[in-house]
Design a protein. Sequence first.
Length: 257
Amino acid sequence: MPISITLIGGPTALIEIDGFRLLTDPTFDAPGAYQLPHVKLEKTIGPAVKADAIGPIDAVLLSHDQHADNLDNTGRDYLLNAPRALTTEAGAKRLGGHVEGLAPWATAHLKDDDGNALTITATPARHGPAGIEPLSGDVIGFVVQSSRKDTRAVYISGDTTWFDGVAEVARRFKCGVVLPFAGAAQTRGPFHLTMDTNDTIETARAFPDAMIVPLHTEGWAHFRQSGEDLRKTFDALGFGTRLRLLEPGVPTVVEAP
C-alpha cells in the first residue's frame, strides 16, 4: 500500500501508513536564532503546518534531542504531550516523562483496535565524520514495518552521513521508501553533519527498490545543499525517476518505484 508524507519543514514530516500517523523530529518554531553551546543556528523558514493543525498522531520519532534544528521549543512541548515518543536512550533520560529510549536495532511496537501493527526498529546513525560522536552525541534513525504484507518498509535516516551503519540497514531491510536527512549541514568546520548529494546517491544505490524522499534540505542557514541540488545530481546520474521532492504542507502519496 502507498504511504502519505507531508513535509512540515526541515526534518519534520507527517508519515501516514496503514492508518497510523507518525511525526519525525518536531520543529514548529517561527524563524529565529538559536544559541547552542558551541554554535549559533539560524532558522530561516517557519513550519508549513502549525503544531495544533497536525491532528492526532500515534508516535513521534525523534532522531536526537540536543540540536534545535531537530527539536525546538514548540517541538519539545509537542513531543512531551504525544501518546508515544521514541528517541535515543540518552535522549530519553534527558527528556524524561514517557519518552522511550531505543538503542540501535532495538524495536518498539504500535497496534490499533483492528489488529494492525507497526514494528519500529531503531537504526544506527552517525551525525558527521568518524570521530564526531563526542561532539554530536547519540543519534538514531528508524525503520517502520507494517504487519500488512502489501506495505513496504520505510527507512527514516535521522541526522547521519553515509557510513557502514546505513549500509547495514540496507542489508537488513528491503525498504520501499527511504527518507534521508540531507542538506549537507555544516556548522563547526569544513565537514558535513548530514547527507550531501554524494551520500544520498550512495543511499539510493544501497536501496535499489526504494523511492528516495529527502527531508532536512531547507529552512536553516547551515544547510549547504538544497532539494534542487539533489534533483540535478540524481538527474545527471540517471536516478531522477527515483527522487521525490515534497512540497511543504501538501500531503503526498509515495509508492515504491
